[in-house]
Design a protein around this ligand. Structure first.
Ligand SMILES: Cc1ncc(C[n+]2csc(CCOP(=O)(O)OP(=O)(O)O)c2C)c(N)n1
Ligand SMILES: [Mg+2]
Length: 563
């Protein structure tokens, strides 16, 4: 047995089923060990995409996904994926090669200090220098990656160590770990705050979307009957049909959901992670914020909770509900605002304008997606519209990145979602900019025989930045580009493509693409004039009307348009 085989055995012990990546000559022992293992090697067309796939595996399952690259250039291609997993709290293991460390037969050829490069981008990064340490190092890597707050871990396996003969050491057995539950004193304090609140509101943040939390969270919301809103990454954490959803805070202020946020006197913030663009801005005038999380809250200028309930969130919430269920006469105080907020958000969702409005696109996508269908967004202007307008009914069915907010992750994350859930409808939604940053992975998708649809929103521009440029009063400059013929482009990959040529044609095109089987592509032109009309002008006018009505908490402030 050599070190590479020991490493692969240790990963089998962790339940790894596939590894994504692009090998180099320094990985050949590892590749050979994989060939003889139960783990499937999924070759991708760029390392960055491999990391996005592995991170999405972690995000959707709670178990670290694994990606692989060579040294130097390959390892450097993983860094955006590392940051994506770090900011997004997605468990992931990256394994990179390196030249031999015991002698230098190729001098400094291709060598960069990958361990140092990965230091600020990971929870842990190590070079493997001795075969004997591999079983414990692998167990430690997975433990670190998967425990709260989850994230990426990097292991570097130098070529000569990989080929070195290794003692046959048994892998370290994996056992369940139950994190501590919130202590009684903190539970009592939290219960007291909630009992006293006149207008309570629950906020579900990014950590609320941890796969193992879905049932407990839905149960808590139902037992409390307190209305809730979500951050972008907390979307979908509570099962649909609760009648308590008040909206998603896609902007930091002044959106319709802020009608409720600005009136709340207590916000029970469950799992908020301040990597997300702020869902609201705390100020000296309130409201009181109770942080419920796996870890203590991070303190920011715009987020500084007044009380905390720290511990395993699901069981802690059950104990909290035991103290409060049926004893909250004010639970639904803000519920009266729900119909107004949701009606305003749904405005123009069925308009027949061509090119299509973002609202219409979100509406039609919802019509076509099954209840448990998974929409995987790339990063662009439409992310705000999907976060704001798309209604989720099952946990983790709108995958978006409001943490690193990188372009290029939409298609790779859809590939992973389709691999994990071959029975569900999976849709990648990409801008024409972001799609072209990872479109080569269409080949990976077809090679894997996956079934999912890619929807490309075409505006021939980096639309979100163009909007921000206009909103800030700059002239329109430097944001447009040409595009390939997306239908012909799809065909070159052996994929069926469809172009949407009227507003009414989108839903049928998507439906046909889903029933087609295999990977299919739909391109739709989008009319982004709605960005300015709704997200700037309409919300500003609405906010100033509210300010005129003497509503508290609305200060004229420069609009936050950052994506
Ligand atoms: C890798 C990366 N580069 C640049 C940005 C900055 N950025 C955010 S959105 C955006 C435009 C996206 O364009 P497109 O994918 O066409 O979507 P659209 O906004 O046009 O719908 C850019 C350049 C980013 N978030 N990530
Ligand atoms: Mg675009």
């Amino acid at each position: 047995m050599n070190s590479a085989e020991l490493l692969v055995t240790a990963m089998e012990n962790e339940g790894v089923r596939e590894i994504f990546g692009v090998p180099g000559e320094e990985n050949l022992d590892l590749v050979e060990a994989l060939r003889r293992s139960t783990i499937k090697l999924v070759v991708t067309r760029h390392e960055q995409a491999a990391a996005f796939m592995a991170a999405t595996h972690g995000r959707l399952t709670g178990r670290a996904g694994v990606c692989l690259s060579t040294l130097g250039p390959g390892a450097l291609n993983l860094v955006t994926g590392a940051a994506y997993a770090l900011l997004g709290a997605m468990p992931m293991i990256m394994i990179t090669g390196q030249k031999g460390i015991l002698s230098r037969k190729q001098a400094r050829f291709q060598i960069v200090d990958t361990v140092s490069t990965m230091t600020p981008l990971t929870k842990m990064t190590h070079q493997i220098v001795s075969p004997a340490t591999i079983p414990s190092m692998v167990r430690e890597a997975f433990r670190m990656a998967q425990q709260e707050r989850p994230g990426p871990v990097h292991l570097e396996l130098p070529e000569d160590i990989a080929g070195e003969s290794a003692p046959s050491i048994a892998p370290v057995p994996v056992h369940p770990i139950d994190p501590p539950i919130g202590p009684p004193a903190a539970l009592d304090r939290a219960a007291e705050l909630i009992r006293k609140a006149e207008r309570p509101l629950i906020m579900l943040g990014a950590a609320a979307s941890r796969p193992r939390l879905a049932a407990a969270l839905s149960d808590f919301v139902q037992r409390m009957q307190i209305p809730f809103f979500t951050t972008q990454m907390g979307k979908g954490a509570v099962a649909g049909g609760s009648g308590l959803y008040m909206g998603t805070a896609a902007l930091s202020e002044r959106d319709y959901v802020h009608l409720a946020i600005d009136r709340a006197d207590l916000i029970i913030s469950i799992g908020h992670d301040t990597v997300e663009k702020p869902p609201f801005l705390m100020g000296p005038a309130g409201p009181t914020v109770l942080h419920v999380g796996y870890l203590p809250a991070t303190v920011e200028e715009v987020f500084f909770p007044h009380a905390e309930l720290v511990g395993d969130v699901g069981p802690s919430l059950r104990l909290l509900a035991d103290r409060l269920e049926g004893r909250l006469p004010n639970a639904g105080a803000l519920l009266g605002l729900r119909s107004e907020i949701l009606a305003r958000i749904a405005d123009r969702a069925k308009e027949s304008r061509y090119p299509l409005t973002p609202q219409r696109i979100v509406h039609d996508v919802r019509q076509v997606m099954s209840e448990d269908g998974i929409v995987c967004l790339d990063n662009g202007m439409y992310k705000i519209w999907f976060a704001r307008n798309y209604r989720t009914r099952v946990a983790n069915t709108l995958l978006l990145d409001n943490a690193l907010a990188t372009m290029g992750a939409g298609l790779p994350s859809a590939i992973m979602a389709a691999m994990l859930h071959p029975d569900r409808r999976v849709l990648a939604v990409c801008g024409d900019g972001g799609f072209m940053m990872s479109s080569q992975e269409l080949e990976t998708a077809t090679r894997l025989g996956l079934r999912f649809v890619v929807l490309i929103l075409q505006d021939n521009a980096y639309g979100m930045i163009r909007w921000k440029q206009a909103a800030d009063g700059y002239p329109d400059f430097g944001m447009t580009f040409g595009n390939p013929d997306f239908v012909a482009y799809a065909k070159a990959f052996g994929i069926r493509g469809r172009r949407v040529e009227s507003a009414e044609a989108l839903a049928p095109a998507l439906e046909a693409a889903f029933t087609g089987g295999g990977v299919e592509l739909v391109s739709v032109p989008v009319d982004y004039s709605e960005n300015m009309r709704v997200l700037v002008d309409e919300l500003r006018d609405h906010a100033s009307t509210r300010a005129g009505e003497g509503n508290r908490g609305i200060q004229p402030r420069r609009r936050d348009t950052r994506g």
